[in-house]
Design a protein around this ligand. Structure first.
Ligand SMILES: Nc1ncnc2c1ncn2[C@@H]1O[C@H](COP(=O)(O)OP(=O)(O)OP(=O)(O)O)[C@@H](O)[C@H]1O
Ligand SMILES: [Mg+2]
Length: 271
């Protein structure tokens, strides 16, 4: 029996998500968006600011675990989860990314890894040892999603997940969990009592104020801590405008735009 069908036969499937969660495909060009020494100053500075903020939100935990999420698909959860993790790894901290987006996993693609033999197999009890995978970034380790199971939320809500988080808290300094969007499936919210807090990615022009309020409300109703917001892909006109949700919420200006990134890259190429 294939691993996928073994996973399928073991548990009842989670209810169908409201819309297709496989919305954003990974493009090779996305690799250029990874944080590196060559990233523009503003990009490095933004992630430095996020890092500082998250250190204040760690609640004195030896190894904080931050779930990175957003309300809708394609807001930039994965790229920001990875870049925040890289910014901590650069400080010689032992950092782990767990790809808990088992429906639409992409973390492995950024590091040319295979998704299989990761989180889903471990949580379903088909693997006994945790298959940590090293990456080409010093100090950065990944636990890939594993094969897509029929019941991701059930697996994430399990005692096995608690056991895994206890184990990784012993071995790492920071853990970042990439998750699917809150408004579509419950996978991210079931971690409310398991993680230190949530980092919520907001993408101006795409994120809807109503969704955001409802999503934050449901996380808070579950007792979750909101550790911070990342304003992703905000251009100056949006940042400076008085659009609806800026009136209601205060976002730290962590965000940056890849358009700026691209422009800076082009400027470098011209040098
Ligand atoms: N600031 C940005 N500027 C330009 N492109 C961006 C920016 N942030 C994200 N993207 C692009 O948008 C796409 C979606 O990003 P990403 O996969 O990180 O989002 P996601 O929220 O994880 O999506 P999903 O909900 O499907 O998992 C990717 O191609 C990514 O490179
Ligand atoms: Mg993603």
């Amino acid at each position: 029996m294939s691993k996928r069908s073994r996973l399928a036969s073991f548990f009842s499937p989670d209810p169908k998500p409201k819309v297709n969660v496989k919305s954003s495909a990974f493009h090779k060009k996305d690799l250029q968006k990874l944080l590196s020494d060559k990233s523009p100053f503003g990009v490095k500075e933004s992630y430095g600011a996020i890092r500082t903020q998250l250190n204040f939100a760690r609640k004195s935990e030896k190894c904080p675990v931050f779930a990175v999420t957003s309300m809708t698909p394609g807001d930039g959860k994965t790229i920001n989860c990875i870049n925040i993790a890289i910014s901590f790894a650069k400080l010689n901290k032992r950092v782990l990314i767990i790809d808990a987006d088992m429906r639409n996993p992409t973390v492995h693609k950024f590091f040319s890894l295979h998704a299989a033999n990761g989180l889903s197999e471990l949580l379903a009890g088909f693997a006994t040892a945790v298959n940590f995978k090293t990456t080409n970034v010093d100090n950065l380790t990944v636990l890939t999603s594993g094969d897509t199971p029929p019941n991701p939320a059930e697996l994430l809500n399990s005692e096995q997940m608690d056991k895994l988080l206890r184990l990784v808290r012993e071995h790492f300094d920071y853990v970042f969990v990439d998750t699917p969007p809150v408004s579509l499936v419950t996978d991210a919210t079931v971690l409310a009592q398991k993680v230190t807090g949530y980092v919520i990615v907001v993408r101006p022009g795409r994120s809807d104020l109503g969704d955001l309020k409802r999503g934050i409300g449901s996380l808070q109703a579950l007792g979750a801590a909101i550790s911070g917001f990342v304003c992703n892909d905000a251009d100056d006109s949006v940042r400076n405008s008085r659009r609806a949700y800026y009136k209601s919420y205060y976002y730290k200006r962590y965000g940056y735009s890849y358009e700026q990134y691209a422009a800076a890259g082009e400027a470098r190429d011209d040098d």
